[in-house]
Design a protein around this ligand. Structure first.
Ligand SMILES: Cc1cc2nc3c(=O)[nH]c(=O)nc-3n(C[C@H](O)[C@H](O)[C@H](O)COP(=O)(O)O)c2cc1C
Length: 237
């Protein structure tokens, strides 16, 4: 778990911004907390704080401003949002100004469209249907990779000749054992090993669940054909 970064997200309308927050947190290996919870925490231990919410009446959620008020001058921050309007325009200005007023360094900002069925959008059954979507989540992940490369891991970097690898971050917590539907992982003594890696179908559930981001999975085109062949006769889990 990355204890140097944290994402604070207020996503009250449809959970649109929470989707981006989770994608970013996955890439950074850090926690996502609500603004309410963040206000009860000591945020001074974090080097980087991400602040995101839907845009509500042209600005971020008011509680994010309260959080911004608690940050210190040596902390770095990034801001993000989802919004109904096609362009982000000046929606981020107020929170950025609040952060700068605290002396925090704003290292980047990200926004994408989110489903909106308020106001005039009710006439057409809502705008930005299906947004944010998977592409938006990937863009959010690339955004944090770009601004904070030091916290991102290459989750395709497997050992030579392997599809599934577990790196030194592993604390053998057993999460991968419980989530993997193909039972790829097992304990060898006190160590976790991808003992059934040939059964891996690259669903990525282990990577998403691993709290230490210790798992790498890589399959090329040929390997994908191999997976299809190995599982061709399978008719149930
Ligand atoms: C009370 C309210 C006010 C909103 N005001 C704006 C606005 O001023 N500009 C805009 O582009 N979208 C506005 N929206 C749309 C939201 O920003 C959009 O749906 C966003 O994706 C919601 O994110 P959430 O699901 O994380 O809360 C508003 C939505 C609500 C519920």
């Amino acid at each position: 778990m990355n204890h140097e970064a944290i994402i604070i997200c207020q996503s009250l309308y449809r959970g649109n911004t929470q989707r981006l927050a989770k994608a970013m947190a996955y890439t950074l290996g850090c926690r996502v907390v609500s603004a309410e919870d963040a206000l009860k925490m000591d945020l001074s231990t974090y080097k980087v704080v991400g602040l995101g919410s839907g845009i509500y009446f042209t600005a971020h959620h008011p509680q994010l401003f309260e959080v911004a008020e608690t940050l210190q001058a040596n902390q770095r921050a990034f801001v993000f949002s989802t919004r109904g309007a096609p362009m982000v325009g000046t929606y981020h200005r107020a929170i950025k100004d609040a952060l700068k007023a605290r002396g925090a360094q704003v290292i980047g900002e990200f926004s994408t469209k989110g489903f909106d069925c308020t106001g005039p959008f009710i006439l057409v059954g809502g705008g930005n249907i299906g947004r944010p979507n998977e592409k938006d989540e990937q863009k959010a992940m690339r955004f944090v990779q770009r601004i904070l490369p030091q916290y991102t891991v290459d989750d395709t970097a497997t050992e030579q000749g392997h599809f599934v690898s577990i790196n030194a971050n592993c604390v053998a917590c057993g999460t991968c054992v419980s989530v993997c539907p193909l039972h790829v992982f097992s304990f060898e003594g006190e160590q976790m090993k991808p003992t059934g890696e040939l059964d891996c179908i690259h669903c990525g559930m282990c990577q998403r669940a691993c709290p230490e981001r210790a798992i790498a999975v890589r399959h090329g085109f040929k390997d994908a054909i191999g997976i299809a062949k190995r599982h061709a006769k399978r008719i149930s889990l």
